[in-house]
Design a protein around this ligand. Structure first.
Ligand code: AMP
Length: 365
């Protein structure tokens, strides 16, 4: 279909996925005068709580998708594991930003890494693996430790296994594959100095902007905190921003692209992972940036001018994971803390229930 470039305020944004990323996008959309209709399999999702409308259905329910498409003016997403067929179907009826082609690359680590390397951009050394024999030959090449990762559906360290000198490769493979066919990658272990990320926004007319490079600290494979700005040399931060922008451009993404990278001890920047949606490492922009990543997503997919991304102050964003959310009374009382709670009823270990951004804070202060 011909795509209307400008989707004006008063229109309805369709959101695929009902988590906190969708919730914060819907709040930003409302501020600009848009309505949001969320499509998610999850009843009482964090996003549905703040949306004008919610469809609770599976992403494979074609009738529900067609009905949803008829009720919205543009579709975007907060979860990249939406089946590409769902996006293809939606795109027959309504502009879908990002499109299925972007997801086909970013939902599969094999396609993603090959795409990045084809641009001449470095990743950790890696090999595709479809069997234990492939894993054995990959570790021959790459050495140990190495990391075995399922090609699809992994997040927050799920679907990964560290292959140490004494690890049983067959056991690691069977643990990940659970007896089913599996596509995976084996990556060389990166002894990085720090992890960083950059979020790029890109509009239908090709205009784009990048947020400053931030530093991410993970605990138990889950993002624990983001330090703004990253504590790296300005030239390395600029290199990370350039890499992220080149990938967004090559993918032709409309919306947001988050690029997670490792900075090695000798100053190399290696891309780890892409996400064509708002990203946890961009939550600080809600409180410490003129335009939040969520507002920027709405601006990008609706063809509005992109907003400024400069950073007026330092900030540290901390996730509230599991029972850390019980700190809310203390956080609410701290003047420099900006608290965000996601409205999730059940506290579970490893579940992201909120975050707090400390304004003006330098890490360690
Ligand atoms: P991922 O799911 O690929 O984002 O990985 C989750 C986390 O595991 C990363 O943020 C790193 O902290 C760690 N990790 C992943 N891959 C590697 C690697 N090749 N070398 C060292 N650490 C890694």
């Amino acid at each position: 279909m011909t795509e209307a470039t400008l989707i004006p305020p008063g229109s309805t944004v369709g959101m695929l996925g009902g988590g906190q990323l969708g919730r914060m996008t819907a709040l930003a959309a409302a501020r600009l005068g848009y309505r949001t209709h969320v499509f998610t399999p999850e009843p009482d999702s964090p996003c549905a709580q703040v949306c004008a409308e919610a469809t609770v259905a599976e992403f494979t329910d074609h009738a529900a998708l067609i009905q949803f498409a008829a009720s919205v003016d543009v579709v975007t997403l907060e979860w990249e594991n939406v089946p590409p067929e769902a996006l293809v179907l939606l795109a027959e009826h309504v502009p879908t930003r990002p499109g299925a082609g972007v997801l086909a690359v970013t939902r599969d680590r094999i396609h993603e890494k090959a795409f990045i390397n084809r641009l001449g951009i470095k990743t950790a050394p890696w090999r595709p693996a479809h069997s234990v024999a492939d894993v054995a030959s990959a570790v021959q090449d790459l050495g140990r430790p190495a990391v075995l990762k399922a090609a699809r559906l992994g997040y927050d360290g799920k679907g990964q296994s560290l292959l140490r000198a004494d690890s049983d490769l067959a056991a690691a493979w069977h643990h990940l594959s659970e007896g089913h066919a599996l596509d995976a990658v084996v990556e060389g272990f990166v002894d990085y100095a720090c992890e960083v990320s950059v979020i790029v926004a890109r509009s239908p007319d090709g205009s784009r902007c990048a947020y400053p490079t931030v530093e991410n600290q993970h605990e138990h494979h889950i993002l624990a905190r983001t330090i703004v700005p990253a504590r790296i040399a300005p030239a390395i931060a600029a290199q990370a921003e350039d890499i992220a922008t080149r990938i967004a451009e090559a993918l032709g993404v409309i919306g947001l692209l988050a690029v997670e990278m490792f900075v090695t001890r000798d100053g190399q920047v290696l891309v780890n992972e892409l996400a064509p949606r708002p990203h946890n490492s961009g939550h600080w922009t809600l409180d410490a940036c003129a335009t939040s990543q969520f507002e920027q997503l709405v601006r990008a997919v609706c063809g509005l001018p992109l907003g400024p991304t400069d950073r007026p102050c330092n900030a540290v964003m901390e996730n509230l994971i599991g029972d850390q959310v019980e700190r809310w009374p203390e956080l609410m009382a701290a003047p420099e803390a900006r608290l965000h709670l996601y409205g999730k009823r059940e506290i579970r270990p490893g579940r992201k229930l909120g975050h707090v951004t400390w304004i003006g804070r330098t890490f360690g202060s």
